[in-house]
Unconditional design. Structure first.
Length: 130
């Protein structure tokens, strides 16, 4: 399975029973509006972005690469009527990164942006392997 599908499965499990649902769709734009802004209270996970970097190269030709897989997630809610469990939902989404194993580093960063009466939560998941 892919990192994206494993992470989506774990996020779905972690926030089951909350007021937020998980979409398997990518966060594309439909009718001029991004899906996570159009369909609030839905979590969307973007495609994997792979970055490969040479860490070490020896004289005998051996090369050691570091691969960083980055996935961005998005969720929007009404700023005036936020779900009561939003802090738990955010924490559970961030904790889902533990499902990806075989890495040397798993990190998740969450940021928020308020526009008009909508709070958008953006999550950046990074998985580093060597």
């Amino acid at each position: 399975m892919s990192t994206r599908s494993d992470l989506l499965t774990q996020i779905t499990t972690n926030i089951a029973g909350s007021n937020i649902s998980v979409s398997s769709e990518l966060p594309f734009t439909a009718s001029g509006k991004t899906l996570y802004l159009k369909n609030m209270k839905h979590f969307y996970l973007d495609e994997e972005q792979d970055d490969r970097e040479q860490v070490l190269k020896t004289l005998d030709g051996f090369e050691l690469e570091q691969t960083t897989i980055t996935l961005d997630g998005y969720m929007s809610v009404d700023a005036k009527n936020q779900p009561g469990d939003i802090a738990n939902v955010v924490a559970n989404i961030m904790n889902a990164n533990s499902v990806i194993t075989g890495t040397v580093n798993n990190t998740t960063v969450s940021t928020t942006e308020i526009t008009d009466d909508v709070i958008t939560y953006t999550f950046e998941f990074n998985f580093i392997t060597i």
